[in-house]
Design a protein around this ligand. Sequence first.
Ligand code: FMN
Length: 276
Amino acid sequence: MLNVEEGIDFIIAGAGLPLNLPKILTESAKTKLVPIVSSARAARILAKRWIDKFKYTPDAFVVEGPLAGGHLGFSQAQISDTAFSLENIVTEVIDELKPYEELQQAPIPVIAAGGIYSGGDVDRFLSVGAAGVQMATRFVTTEECDASDAFKNSYLQATKDDICLIDSPVGLPGRAIHNPFLDDVSAGKKKPFNCPFHCISTCDYKNCPYCISVALMNAKRGFMKGGFAFAGANAFLSDKIVTVKSLVESIRKEFADSRLNSAKTPIEESHSIHIT
Ligand SMILES: Cc1cc2nc3c(=O)[nH]c(=O)nc-3n(C[C@H](O)[C@H](O)[C@H](O)COP(=O)(O)O)c2cc1C
């Protein structure tokens, strides 16, 4: 994630709790550490561990909810349970971090992610106390996105029913756009493979029918027969390819309209848009 205003690099850590991540920092490092969590418990464990063991307060947290694209930090049952809505989890994480903020006499910004598509959504999450949002799905159908046209077209053509949950080989659920490759997986037509990467220890590569890394890279490059597109729950809303500049302008306008409609204060200077 690049904070375009200050030019500071952020390392965003997904896939498991990065309990020892501060170890990688050198004394002069400017890099900020921003773990991704899906629960208040995970935020507490990380904040406590980093402060106790490394005397390092997380620079921010991304809280990723069940409507996100890609791998999800929830069970299939939790994904459809409203108790695990992003609104609830963001609120819980903010509360959980308060004692650590007091201890450190510094704010720990919470960034909401997963299913945030419109400027109205941005408004909703800033209103519950998020310091910012992380958006992926809406930025896929931009000219600047480096995925293939075939990948972007799968977003443009997707209906709501095409957005599905998969059991990823790495042992997590994932959200994707349904396609013939995934039909073949369900029909048992894909065979176990030799693992080319050993990228994650939870991957049962001897028994799973395909390599998730290869499938995602194939899709990114446009070879959709050999893979599928990860996508957030709102991917079916995409209807055209636009520039990032015009997309950011649209989101700003939607945000301002939402503020106006709910009679809240207009867009604040501090809520600048950072591109991930
Ligand atoms: C195509 C795609 C690929 C993604 N790949 C990753 C990834 O490699 N690692 C990761 O931590 N999150 C990944 N994500 C999750 C996003 O970083 C983001 O947190 C989430 O999708 C936000 O929800 P949204 O897509 O509804 O905006 C991916 C999301 C999408 C749509």
